[in-house]
Design a protein around this ligand. Structure first.
Ligand code: MIC
Ligand code: SF4
Length: 656
């Protein structure tokens, strides 16, 4: 039994709580902590990056709120740093002017990847954080409840609004033993992906614990919580303990430490055990992070390119180990190696420790402290090239080379393979470098710019370049919806399929009309033209539709092209939320076998939508009279959003 305020009553009141449940309890403003039910959370901190940020700030601007109402909001520039053309620089100036006027800190380009910098300088155990980037759960490495969200949700939270999710189930991963030499946190991430798959964490928060967790440093924990995103999990979290305290103290932020642990009698929906003593180096094969095998099993695969970096594996700790492996050696002439340090702190400390010299002398190319190759911003592999990356995603085409064969590995496996030219189990190298966490990090926040004081905010001019176009808004949902089935796709369609990124397209994240030419480019380049010609239309998908990124462009661009409903076997959490925010109706098949009854080009109709919103049952009919039952269960708030034509219109109507 649960009281309206969400606190358990009766027998359950004495039940122990998990770490996440404790943070949720302390931030609950609406709903009950019952798995599957919608809850509203107070958000302490927000972050945005530039690829989703421009849109988020346009949305924030549309809300007319003068100053952010969070404890801390930070605007990072880390994705779009190539600046080929005026577009990125214009977006950066816009974001910087918005931050200055509306009370956000602004992290300049070059300061680092949002998740790495946020962990170093701003994250606090026990706080809630949402970010317009799906890897925001990195903050779970220091015991934050950190979640990826759509830009519009972040805009609402910046304005002091509530963030809504469905109360997740609780999973626990119990770690025992110690990582053996050359076996790493990345191998733990890949192992859990092997066990659970890219859908295995959907609807769950994954808590990491057990004696093995105590042996992991904060950067290692952050690698694991970062890649929890690939499991589809709402977020992942570690306890806040002595290790967290030491990390915060080394960052000069000991005052931010609070201890956090689950109760001994906390209840989990699922417990998974991983024995670190027996874990071996792992690798995810093209094109999915869960296609995991032992590194040793692929030793005959020749490597063309190795990329070390990204928000998963670019900490000082990771890169010191890489330097230790490469020191005094030279990479194979056939291999191209890149290094993108996670932050300016990491880069300057590597330089101070002479470790940067070891890496560069071995033959690496130094890229910026930014996302870079992870999101296809340069350094694409050669045709059909094998690229080993310490990143978190290896979706088809994401590297910028359509037939590139991207494998995901640890920094140790990456460095070892660059030396041999073949996929190499780093344990064959001999002795592992002995790396310890520093007692103090190099603290220099000069690349973080404070906002204007409130009294001067009025005078700050908002700078908008010509690339910044209006954000599309949905139409109120009527009682029936008719349209062509313009695209039928299979399982595990990612947001990179729906709205690709990369150096050609990413500069247009604030220009939806231009962006729309590339929608579903990897799947079917004729989609945009067909969708435009069709007027109002529907898309049909398989399982886990929309997995991957938080990019709301994967909803806004189809909306612009006329898509009004997506019918799938199942949806990824973030994408379903983004569709509703955009005013697109996401429905699932009552019987997944009905998926086979539909073909691209069918004329479809969904009737009695208003009744369906209440009952959760919908009926899809094609022109020949075939009837397919669909379902969709929406909260009152979501119904309101769909009826209004999306979150922006809904918020405007509520006068919030
Ligand atoms: C990604 O890793 O796919 C991104 C680029 O960081 C995205 C955000 C975006 O599309 O801008 C994410 O993970 O949310
Ligand atoms: Fe940047 Fe890659 Fe991390 Fe996304 S996954 S935030 S693109 S480094």
């Amino acid at each position: 039994m649960i009281l309206p305020c969400g606190r358990p009553k009766g027998k359950e009141a004495n039940m122990g709580l998990t770490i996440a449940q404790k943070i949720i309890r302390d931030h609950l403003v609406e709903g009950e902590m019952v798995p599957g039910r919608e809850i509203g959370l107070r958000i302490d901190q927000t972050l945005t990056q530039d690829a989703t940020g421009t849109m988020a700030y346009l949305e924030f601007e549309a809300m007319g709120i003068p100053r952010v109402r969070t404890e801390l909001s930070v605007a990072y520039i880390d994705h779009n740093t190539l600046q080929s053309g005026f577009m990125n620089a214009d977006d950066h100036r816009f974001i910087q002017s918005m931050a200055k006027k509306h009370g956000l800190k602004f992290s300049r380009p070059g300061n680092g990847i949002c998740h790495q910098v946020h962990l170093e300088r701003f994250g606090k155990p026990g706080k809630t954080l949402i970010g317009s980037d799906s890897h925001t759960p990195t903050g779970g490495g220091i015991g934050m409840l950190a979640m990826g969200a759509g830009g519009l949700d972040v805009a609402v939270a910046m304005g002091g609004g509530t963030y809504y999710i469905n109360m997740p189930k609780m999973f626990k991963v119990e770690l025992t033993g110690h990582l053996q030499p050359f076996v790493t946190a990345k191998d733990i991430s890949l192992e859990i992906l092997r066990i659970l798959s890219v859908k295995g964490g959907v609807g769950a928060i994954i808590e990491w614990g057990g004696p093995g967790a105590k042996t992991l440093s904060v950067p290692e924990r952050a690698t694991i919580t970062n890649m929890g995103t690939e499991l589809g999990a709402t977020t992942s979290i570690f306890p806040s303990d002595e290790v967290t305290k030491a990390f915060l103290e080394a960052e000069g932020r000991g005052r931010d430490y609070v201890p956090l642990a689950s109760d001994p009698d906390a209840v989990y929906d699922r417990i998974i055990h991983i024995d670190l003593d027996t874990l071996t180096p792992k690798i995810a094969c093209p094109h999915s992070p869960d296609k995991v095998v032992d590194v040793a099993s692929l030793s005959d695969v020749k490597v063309d390119q190795v990329c070390i970096g990204s928000c998963t594996n670019s900490s000082f700790y990771d890169l010191l180990k890489v330097a230790g492996i490469l020191k005094g050696k030279t990479i194979q002439p056939s291999v191209s190696l890149s290094l993108s340090p996670g932050s300016k702190q990491v880069l300057t400390m590597l330089a101070d420790a002479d470790a940067l010299t070891d890496i560069l002398s071995a033959g690496a190319r130094l890229l910026e402290c930014a996302c870079g190759p992870c999101i296809g911003m340069g350094f694409s592999p050669n045709s059909a090239g094998v690229s080993l990356r310490t990143f978190n995603r290896n979706f088809e085409g994401r590297s910028g080379t359509k037939d590139g064969q991207v494998y995901l590995v640890s920094p140790e496996t990456a460095a070892a393979s660059a030396l041999t030219g073949y996929i190499t189990d780093p344990r064959t190298l001999g002795e592992a470098p002995d790396v310890t966490m520093p007692e103090a990090f190099r603290i220099d926040d000069s690349a973080v710019i404070d906002p204007a004081p409130v009294e001067e905010a009025d005078q700050v001019e908002i700078l908008k370049g010509p690339n910044i176009k209006e954000c599309p808004v949905g139409d109120p949902l009527g009682d029936s919806l008719e349209g062509e089935l313009v695209l039928k796709v299979g399982d595990n369609i990612t947001t990179d399929h729906i709205m690709p990124a990369g150096s050609k397209i990413l500069p247009y994240r604030s220009n939806v009309p231009h962006l729309s030419q590339y929608c579903f480019e990897v799947v079917d380049p004729s989609f945009p033209e067909r969708a435009k010609a069709a007027g109002r239309s529907l898309i049909v998908g398989g399982e886990n539709y929309g997995q991957g990124s938080s990019r709301e462009h994967a909803a806004l661009v189809p909306l612009y092209l006329g898509v009004r409903a997506v019918v799938a076997k199942s949806f990824a959490r973030l994408h379903a939320a983004n569709l509703i925010n955009a005013g697109i109706l996401p429905l699932t098949f009552e019987d997944p076998a009905d998926y086979d009854k539909l073909s691209q080009g069918d004329q479809l109709q969904i009737t009695h939508i208003q009744e369906g919103l209440e009952t959760g049952s919908f009926l899809l009919e094609d022109a020949s009279g075939v009837k397919i039952p669909l379902k969709g269960s929406f909260t009152e708030r979501q119904k309101g959003m769909l009826r209004a034509g999306g979150l922006l219109k809904y918020v405007a109507a509520q006068g919030k």
